[in-house]
Structure formats: structure tokens, C-alpha cells
Design a protein around this ligand. Sequence first.
Ligand code: SF4
Length: 461
Amino acid sequence: MKHETKPVSPAAALAALRPSACPGLVRVVAARDGGLCRIRLPGGMLSAARARALAEAALAHASGVLELTNRANVQIRGVRAGEEAALSATLIGAGFGPDGIDAASPVEHACAADELRNVMLSPLAGIDPNASCDTSGLAAALIDMMQREARFAALSPKFALQLDGGERMAMLEHPHDIWLAALPHGARVRFALGLAGSPATQPIGTLASEDICASIRALLHAFLDLASADATRMRDVLATHSLDALLQRARDHGGFALMRDDAALHAWRREASPAGLRLGAHALHADGSGYVGAQPALGRLDAPTLHALATLAEDSGDATLRVTPWQGLLLPNVPARVMPAALERLHALGLIVSRDDPLARLIACTGSTGCAKSRADTKADAQRLAAVLPPGVEAHLTGCERSCAAAHCAPFTLLASEPDHYDLYERDDTQSRFGRLVARNLTIEAAALALAQRPRSTQDV
Ligand code: SF4
């Protein structure tokens, strides 16, 4: 393998070439519990065969612990020192690499191609009969366009796009640098286009589906033209340049076909998906067939569980799994008669299948067992909080201000102040990261009491 013969490790070569702390398929980043490898899944889709390959790679080269991420990807934790390149090669050999990349590809090419795959789709892309279109083909075309143009390797590994086909379940809380959402009416599909937000926010215009690749290409060039060295996200460029300046620069690159005054946008509204759609059995078709949703507690599962999920997907559905941006997964194309047994098996595997489970309403970052920045063991504290969490309350525990587990502002945030202690924030309508500070330095038990008192509490600081 070409990159194994280099005198420096792939990680060191990448750090010099494209400095980033963002893990990837070939960029295995050091963490307190070992290396961290992130595997980007197109549309969150994972075949049973690849799920087994992932589980086996996690056991062969790492601790066997895996995480589902809030961008519908998978991470392998605890990669053993010296086994990073072998893990990446194993995963690329199993088909997890970008198209056109194999184990002999130069590591910097593999890394750049991998990092241009941040395109989020609905977990129901292509299987929801109520959707306006199947976005998976468009996603593949956009990724191919970005990977072909050498200049786009300069985009940040965090630069992300979202395609919304109008499915009944879509992530609307995560801001994306560029988002496209299918307009619900019309013989030819047009897409609303928005920047630095999500389909829940106001679009800037519309694009015909056949114009999307050329238009997004022009927009990416315009972004790179205007971005200063420390401006990595669309919001950074829009903070220093007007929207009109950005769009004019995109037009200068050619092929930019945005219609800004499309009447279809006057009534633009994209409703958030009911949280209940993420878990349990849901029919999509008249014969009752559909999908079954579940989530591992706090987004973490072990290799044997992933192995068992692969078998369940073969027995119950179409031998595929879909990872969701709520750190859960779906089994698509499950016949109605099979759904009850599939739910029972998911429950028996330790997965959450109902919103009644308090752990369905908690998210937590890696915490101090895996991250040196963390001021508390957020995963363990979330488990303790689950035992006393008031009904209906949703909370996010984060070990520091970076908020890795949540790209959105949760209804309540517990920000670690020291081991076993947290500052409590409540979401409000300001733009502040976690909302309004409610109380400082609470134990988990005191936090549960404070949460139970919301919104009636008059003890706010
Ligand atoms: S939010 Fe902070 S403490 Fe938690 S994993 Fe991210 S960097 Fe570490």
C-alpha cells in the first residue's frame, strides 16, 4: 500500500497538508481513549454486509466501541496506536471510501475526497412515497462535482450541505452551509436554496433541479474567492460580505441560475418532524410496510450489537440500515407483519424504541473518558440523570463549550463546570449558544430538581 511505505504516518502527513482536528476515514485523530476514526455514510446508508465489516474492523484495530453521530455517520473509538493506517485500509477495502479511492490511493487524495462528502439527506430519502423527490442521485452528483474540482479540497472538513426531498422526517435543527429543499408543488421539481441555515429558515431563491450542480459549483467558487484564511463556514463569509456580493461573484463564475423572486417562496414553511417518527414502527405504504426506528443509548454501541443489527436488517427488512442525525438508526422496507418482532429484537439488543425511555431524550458528548477537554464524565452523568429525568424533558450534557454532540441548541443544556457539576441553560429566542443561564454548578440530582421546576421556577439566576 503506497501510504504505508512513507516514513511518516498518514495522520502526520495529513496534519501537515490539511491541518484539522476533524476525524475522517484516513485522518484518525488522537483522543483520550485512543484514535478516533469517522466513517462518512452516503445518506446514512449502511448495508448489512458493511455493518459487519465495520464491526469487525472496530474489533480488529480498536476497542470495539462505535458511535452514531449527529451527521448520520459512524465513528470507531479507541483505535490502537500504530493501527490507524491498517484500519483505514481495511475500511476502504470494505467499500467505505469515496468513489474512485482504493487502498493504493495517495492518502491526501483519499482524505480530500472523503472530506467532501458532507451531504445530509433525510433518513427516508428514496423510500417515503410522500416526498417530492428522491435526493440520493442529486447528492451523488453534487459530491462527484466537488471531488472533481481540485480547488474544492480547500473547503473545511466541516463545510456541509443538506438536501431535503420533502420527506416526512428531516433534520431541520442543524445549520448547513448550503441547503436545498424540494418545493412541494409543480410538474418540474424546483429546489429552494438557503445559506448558513436549514430548510426551517428563509431561502434566498430557487433552482431548477437540472441547474443545481452548476449553480452550487459557482457558489462554492464564490465562497472560496471571498473567504479569508480563518473563514471556514458560509456564515463567516456572510458576516463580512453582503449576500448580493456573494451572489454576484457566483454569477461571475458562470452557470449560476438562481431565481430570487420565485413566487413559490412567499409561503415557504418547512415544519419540524415529530420526534415520535424517529423511534418505533411506522407505516409508509398502504399495505402497512415501512420502517422501524431505534437508537442506542447516548449514540454508542458495541461491535457485537452492530453485528446483530446487520442480521436483524437481513431477517426483517431489505438488508440495509440507515443511520439518522439523531444518533439513531432505521431498518427500512420492513413488512407490517414483521414489525412487532423487529421491535422486540431491537429492545432485546438494548436499543431504545420509544420516547417514553428517558434516554431517548438525552444526548451527551464523549466526556472525560474520551476527551481531554471535558470537565466531567458526561456519558455516565447522563445515565444517572436518566434515572431522575422529569417526563417530557429533553437535555444535552456537554463537557465543554464546543458542544460536539449537538449542532443545535437543545431545550436544556447542562454545561460541565467541574466533575459531577453543571451549569444549567434553557433555550430562549436569543442567538446565544445554549440559551439563558438558569443555575450554576448543579449536581445531577440538583439539575433534575431544577428541570422538574421549569418553567414554573422563580429561582433563576
Ligand atoms: S464537547 Fe468538549 S468535552 Fe465534549 S467531546 Fe467535544 S471537545 Fe470534548
